[in-house]
Every structure is written in structure tokens, then in C-alpha cells.
Design a protein around this ligand. Structure first.
Ligand code: ACO
Length: 434
């Protein structure tokens, strides 16, 4: 049997044979018949070849560079996983030492950047601060525009992974009116982040090892996730050869939406709103009627339990040993139980995703909900940079520029203002998108 797909245009009788490679056909080949593939939200379109992460949504599998997420969460550290994601292989001892050194070299930010953050309003959302500040970094490092230069790509990758926790922590301290804490490079990547968040007057901040490890594992779980919305944004911006700071700012903006990386914020709001387990059925009813979504449930790719959610659920109990139990966990567990027995969720294969339990842990650790998407962005920066480097070095890639199906007016003539009888769009098209 040939690895081909035969397409016959029944309007003209024209027939083409398309090679099938990796289970895909080249959509451009359809151009031979004068047709395009229409795929809103890219539900069934592969836009790149990638070696970074692999998901089998039906079996609930996630691997980074071939390594199962469960093994990495158990045995690796975030910085080692970041190396794996960026470089493609686990490091040797000496390479890992060098990598740690190279990342720590970049944890400081330019003093002007501090002033830049100070310019944000006292109650600015930290995700907005992160997006704006990362975007501003490109003005500090204009050489970053040399995206085809390997050495430049390496430096910007180390810089971004090094600086993003500092910017995130400064954004938090800004919203609290607290002085910024400079990096402490004697601590681990995650320990230093906790120090920059929480250090007060003590000379040396010593993170609780359980919380430090829990956050590190959460970072591992969030480090990459193939062609999700923010990574697709990173690749789309990167395809114009914009510098990586602009691309990461755009990716973070996409991550900040409630259907993506801000869902963890929404989950915690939702659980607080429920307040007690006896009010769960009312929420389930609203979700089933389409009035609202059950936040932290459902995924475009996972049609099974999100493997990350399973790991996070286990970590929650370790964290509560230190912080005390977050009462939201009881509501979440019961909500999951009820939803997974309900035909609406079962038939649509809606399972808890990574965001369902992560917010409960962050809240137990004392982090405000507004910081949840920021934590996500810290971890995902490794994945974004790996995917971006893959994009700019991929000879098959060009500037991203999808087609559209034009469904608007045919040609019509301009009518001078004083001759228009009908009301304008405001009156006639009240149901239009704007
Ligand atoms: N609650 C209730 N119903 C839902 C939910 C939900 N959370 N998610 C999907 N559905 C329903 C839809 O109403 C739809 O039902 P229908 O077929 O009767 O119309 C069906 O399930 C399919 O939903 P789609 O919106 O087509 O699924 P899609 O793949 O486009 O959306 C998404 C995936 C955005 C994650 C969605 O499930 C959702 O909004 N979930 C809540 C937000 C969330 O948790 N986001 C985090 C995702 S993980 C991440 O980004 C890190």
C-alpha cells in the first residue's frame, strides 16, 4: 500500500496524489486544486516539526526530549530540565556546572529596569509588569536582533532564563510596596526565586527545602508543552525575525489569558466562590448548561487525565505538611469526583488539567493569585526559547502568514456622507464583533 492520499476534486474531476509523511499531508499541495485547508484555531494542523516535547493526549503521556514527565519530576531539577529542553540532551556533570554558572551570571537586571518597574501603578497586575518588562529588555540588548547568530541565541537564552525569576519577583514586590531583593546566587534557581520573593530583614534567606523542591517540580511540569497557544505565539512573532525578548513578551501575553496560563488564577477564584462542597452541584449545573466553564478542566490535547495534574495532586500533600492544609483542596477533590462521574464531562473527555491543583499549592505557599500565571511564565521560558531556536534554524519555516476565507462584501462604491440614508454600522449591526 502506498503512503499517499488521493484527492479528487469532484467539481473538475482533477485528481492529485499527496505523499503522507508522519501521518500528515502538505497542505500547500492542495493549492494544485486551487483549494486551501480551512482550520480555525488550528485544530488539525501541524505547523512545524519539533523535537522538544511529545504529548499523547489519549493516553495522558508527556515527554520532554523523550523523557517521561514523571521521571523528570521525580529525579531532575528545573535547571537540569531546562538544559535538556534547550540543548536536547541531559547534561554531563561538567556541562551542568557550566550551565548553572552561566544562568546565575544573568540573574541580575540592569538598574534602569528597576526604575522601569517602579513606573507601573502600585496595583498593576504582575503578569502585565512581566510582559512589559520582558518586552523592554530588547532595548537593553539590541544585539539580540541577530537571531541567526548561534552565540547570540545562546546568550539571550541564558539571559532570559536567568532574569525572568528576578523580574517576576520584582513585579511581586512592587505590588506589595516592598523593596526589591537582589539575587542570591548561592541558592538554587528556585531557592533564589523564593528569596527574592520573601526575604525581609534577615541577612540570608533560607528557603524551606520542601517548598523549594515543590516549586522546582512545578517548574519542571510547566517547562514545555508542544504547540500550545503561547508557544505558537512565540513562533509566530519569531517568524518575522523579531528578537526573542519581543517574542517572549508576546508569548507571555498569550499565556496570560484565562483559557491558557491564567486558568490557575480562575480555578482558585472559582473554588473560593464555591466555598463549601454542598455548593458544587450548582456549579456543575452551570457548567453543563454552558453558562460558565469549570476552570482547570478540559484540554485541547489531553482527552485523558493530564499527567501533570496527577503529579501536582501528590505534591499538594507534601506542601500542606509544611504550610498547613489549604481547605480548597477538599472542594477541588470533591469537584473532580463529581465531575468525573457526570456524563457531560465523561462524554466530552474533560479531565482536570495542570491548572486545577497548582493554584491551591501556590496559595498555600502564600502567593497571591495574581502571581500564578507569572510562575507559569518563569518555567515556560525554557520551552519558548527551545521552540524559538528550532523555528529560526528550520529551513522549512517562513514568516507565518495564514490564509483566510473572505466572507465580507463584494466590491461596492463609496457613498458620500451627506447622501447616506441608512444608519451607520453602530445602528444596523449591533450584533457585530465591535
Ligand atoms: N467546562 C465545561 N465545559 C467545557 C469545558 C469546561 N472547562 N471545557 C470544554 N467544555 C465543553 C465545551 O462547552 C464543548 O461542549 P459542546 O461540544 O457541547 O459545545 C466541549 O467541551 C469542547 O470544548 P471546546 O471549547 O471545543 O474545547 P477546546 O479544545 O477548544 O478548549 C480549553 C480547550 C480552552 C482548555 C477548554 O477546555 C477550557 O476552556 N477549559 C477551561 C480553561 C482551562 O482550564 N484552561 C487551561 C488549559 S491548560 C493550559 O493552558 C495550561
Amino acid at each position: 500500500m502506498a503512503d499517499t492520499l488521493t484527492v479528487i476534486d469532484n467539481r473538475s474531476g482533477k485528481k492529485i496524489e499527496l505523499p503522507i509523511e508522519h501521518g500528515a499531508i502538505h497542505a500547500v499541495e492542495l493549492g494544485k486544486l486551487g483549494i486551501v485547508s480551512y482550520d480555525p484555531a488550528l485544530l488539525n494542523t501541524a505547523a512545524c516539526r519539533s523535537k522538544v516535547s511529545y504529548i499523547d493526549g489519549d493516553r495522558g503521556i508527556l515527554r520532554y526530549r523523550g523523557y517521561p514527565i514523571e521521571e523528570l519530576a521525580e529525579k531532575s531539577t528545573f535547571l537540569e530540565t531546562a538544559y535538556l529542553i534547550v540543548k536536547g540532551e541531559l547534561p554531563t556533570t561538567s556541562h551542568f556546572r557550566m550551565w548553572q554558572h552561566n544562568i546565575k551570571m544573568h540573574t541580575m537586571v540592569h538598574e534602569n529596569l528597576k526604575q522601569f518597574i517602579e513606573g507601573f501603578r502600585y496595583d498593576a497586575h504582575p503578569m502585565g509588569i512581566l510582559i512589559g518588562t520582558v518586552g523592554a529588555l530588547s532595548t537593553f540588548y539590541p544585539e539580540a536582533k541577530n537571531v541567526m547568530d548561534l552565540e547570540s541565541r545562546r546568550v539571550q537564552t541564558r539571559r532570559l532564563i536567568g532574569k525572568i525569576p528576578t523580574i517576576a519577583a520584582f513585579a511581586y514586590r512592587h505590588s506589595r510596596g516592598l523593596p526589591y531583593v537582589y539575587p542570591d546566587n548561592e541558592l538554587s534557581y528556585t531557592g533564589n526565586f523564593l528569596s527574592m520573593l520573601w526575604r525581609m530583614t534577615e541577612l540570608k534567606y533560607r528557603p524551606d527545602p520542601v517548598l523549594e523542591r515543590a516549586l522546582d517540580v512545578l517548574f519542571i511540569l510547566h517547562a514545555d508543552h508542544e504547540q500550545n497557544c503561547s508557544t505558537t505565539t512565540m513562533r509566530t512573532i519569531g517568524s518575522s525575525l523579531a528578537d526573542p525578548y519581543a517574542s517572549v513578551a508576546g508569548a507571555a501575553a498569550a499565556l496570560g489569558g484565562p483559557r491558557h496560563g491564567s486558568a490557575n488564577e480562575e480555578v482558585v477564584h472559582m473554588l473560593h466562590e464555591i466555598g463549601s462542597t454542598d455548593r458544587i452541584p450548582a456549579l456543575i449545573k452551570q457548567a453543563k448548561s454552558g453558562e460558565r466553564r469549570l476552570m482547570g478542566f478540559g484540554h485541547r490535547v489531553y482527552k485523558n487525565y493530564d499527567p501533570r495534574a496527577k503529579i501536582i495532586k501528590q505534591i499538594a500533600h507534601q506542601v500542606f505538611e509544611v504550610t498547613g492544609k489549604n481547605p480548597l483542596i477538599d472542594i477541588a477533590v470533591e469537584l473532580e469526583r463529581i465531575a468525573l462521574e457526570d456524563d457531560y464531562f465523561v462524554s466530552r473527555k474533560l479531565y482536570p488539567n495542570v491548572d486545577f491543583y497548582s493554584g491551591i499549592i501556590y496559595e498555600a505557599m502564600g502567593l497571591p493569585v495574581s502571581m500564578f500565571p507569572v510562575l507559569f511564565a518563569i518555567a515556560r521560558t525554557a520551552g519558548w526559547m527551545a521552540q524559538w531556536a528550532e523555528l529560526v534554524t528550520d529551513e522549512e519555516q517562513k514568516i507565518t502568514r495564514p490564509k483566510q476565507l473572505y466572507v465580507g462584501y463584494d466590491e461596492r462604491s463609496y457613498v458620500p456622507l451627506d447622501q447616506r440614508r441608512e444608519g451607520g454600522a453602530l445602528e444596523t449591526e449591533v450584533s457585530g464583533p465591535l
